[in-house]
Design a protein around this ligand. Structure first.
Ligand code: SF4
Length: 484
């Protein structure tokens, strides 16, 4: 697995916020992707969009509830098409399956299409350890491979980089003259990668969907690299999570409408490839072998948990990242692993363990925007609250990091809110305490924790002179009121 740095979300985000180049790069998230998504929805009308979302939700709900059946159907149909299906329990087993294929087939050069699951497994490092040359061919993935980084966004892996940073990276790593002309940089990458496509023995791709009724792997791209990875080399290995299966081509049509619009605001992506097995006799090209590696790696646990099962509906469109006020400020690397943003804050603790990622469920203001934009209507805030509850009620101190003062404060708050006399005494005390700090109804700085953290970046409203209860009592006792 890639290095897990999920233990320190808060410090990592504080550093990200201070990074001016990252802030510049992140401006594209809200203004670019999310605006395009809204325009695409307006085009079809909110009503139609809602119908599509509901249909997608029902398909996912049904498939995940009958996952064993659809995986078996997929297996049978891929096998009928001449492909081989491998089920991998965990990252180690998935990497071993691909490594065995590489060794037994004498593979020297591999081209790869975009695959978040292969990032999750750290497959590149395993393959490079065998002495194989591995080339990412999605432009964003290629950039982060050159930079030796992990993706910072589900759809745009190198979104955190400015074009000047990419230009410098190309100069440093590829030895080409510096240019920040985007077309020229894309041409350079294309020139390097074109030769690798032709020389590769194996192509590895992810999958956006797996269609059970036809045994097909579906890849949606904008660059055409997926098509070259799956058809030019003599072996094609598709590697993906087990939740990607959907029942039929009819169902696929629903997701083909939703995914590009939610991800980039496009009606359709430039390329949509369906791979149904290796080359047949009449085919002019295509791989001699097709292997499909279906990865569990913690997904069964999510499936077994009724409160987290919904996270398996995710189609990795990235819309929840683009709308999230936290992601927009800190970017993807602060989340410390492969899956960032609101959905990452659920998936990561489920896959790497709550103890390793206990900050992530708190990386949200619970504003609910992620739920509103999600094309499969995943209730992300509900799952975040569930994980928070699991953390705060966990008896293992290594998992439950709630500070003692917070528990005491919560108990005091409950006691005060349950006793009106205590509440009015508490309010009186707070009014006295705030007197030296309040000015014009605002408190600019509280000198002690935990409120000092709040006033570091915003004002705290001071308690008003009269509480609601006092105003209410006055109103009731005023002569006008008693006349009525
Ligand atoms: S949770 Fe929903 S919005 Fe977020 S990436 Fe997944 S499908 Fe897209």
């Amino acid at each position: 697995m890639p290095q897990i740095k999920t233990q320190d979300f808060f410090n990592a985000s504080a550093l990200s916020i201070k990074d001016p180049e990252l802030r510049q790069a992140l401006q594209r998230v809200g203004t670019g992707f999310d605006n395009a998504r809204r325009e695409a929805i307006d085009e079809v009308s909110a009503e139609v969009w809602e119908q599509w979302r509901e249909a997608a939700r029902q398909i996912k709900e049904h498939t995940i509830d009958h996952l064993d059946y659809y995986l078996e159907l997929l297996h049978d149909n891929v096998t009928k098409n001449g492909g081989q299906v491998h089920f991998a329990r965990d990252a180690e087993q998935a990497n071993a399956i691909v490594a065995d294929l590489v060794k037994s087939k004498g593979v020297k050069i591999i081209t790869k299409g975009k695959s978040m699951v292969s990032e999750e497994l750290s497959l590149n490092h395993v393959l490079e350890g065998l002495g194989t040359e591995v080339y990412e061919t999605d432009l964003g993935e290629y950039i982060i491979q050159l930079a030796d980084e992990t993706p910072s966004h589900l759809v745009a892996p190198a979104l955190h980089k400015t074009k000047a940073q990419v230009a410098q990276l190309f100069t440093d790593k590829l030895g080409v003259p510096y240019t920040d002309d985007i077309e020229e940089m894309a041409r350079v990458a294309r020139e390097v990668l074109r030769g690798k496509f032709l020389a590769a023995d194996m192509g590895i791709s992810g999958a956006n969907f797996l269609v059970a009724e036809t045994g097909s792997l579906v890849i949606i791209t904008n660059e055409g690299n997926g098509r070259l990875c799956t058809s030019a080399p003599r072996i094609h290995v598709g590697i993906t999570g087990m939740e990607k299966v959907i029942p039929s081509l009819h169902d696929l049509a629903v997701f083909l409408r939703l995914l590009p619009r939610s991800a980039t605001g496009q009606r359709l992506t430039s390329y949509m490839s369906m791979v149904s097995g290796p080359r047949r006799e009449a085919d002019e090209d295509g791989p001699e072998e097709f292997h499909l590696v279906i990865v569990d790696n913690g997904r069964s646990k999510m499936l077994a948990d009724p409160k987290l099962r919904e996270s398996l509906y995710c189609i990795r469109c990235g819309a929840c990242l683009n709308i999230c006020p936290v992601y927009q400020k800190v970017g993807g690397h602060a989340y410390g692993w492969v899956y960032p943003g609101p959905i990452g804050a659920i998936v990561t603790p489920s896959l790497v363990g709550l103890k390793q990622a206990k900050d992530l469920p708190f990386a949200s203001s619970l504003c609910g925007a992620c739920r509103e934009v999600c094309p499969v209507k995943i209730n992300i805030p509900r799952m975040l609250l569930h994980l928070r509850q699991e953390l705060t009620e966990n008896s293992d101190p290594a998992v439950n990091s709630t500070p003692a003062w917070e528990s005491i404060l919560a108990r005091c708050y409950t006691a005060i809110m349950n006793h009106p006399t205590l509440l009015s005494m508490g309010i009186k005390l707070l009014k006295l305490l705030q007197m030296p700090l309040a000015q014009n109804g605002r408190i600019r700085r509280v000198p002690f924790a935990p409120l000092s953290r709040w006033t570091r970046s915003r004002d705290l409203p001071a308690l008003p002179k009269h509480s609601f209860r006092e105003i209410w009592r006055q109103e009731l006792s005023s002569p006008n009121q008693s006349d009525q």
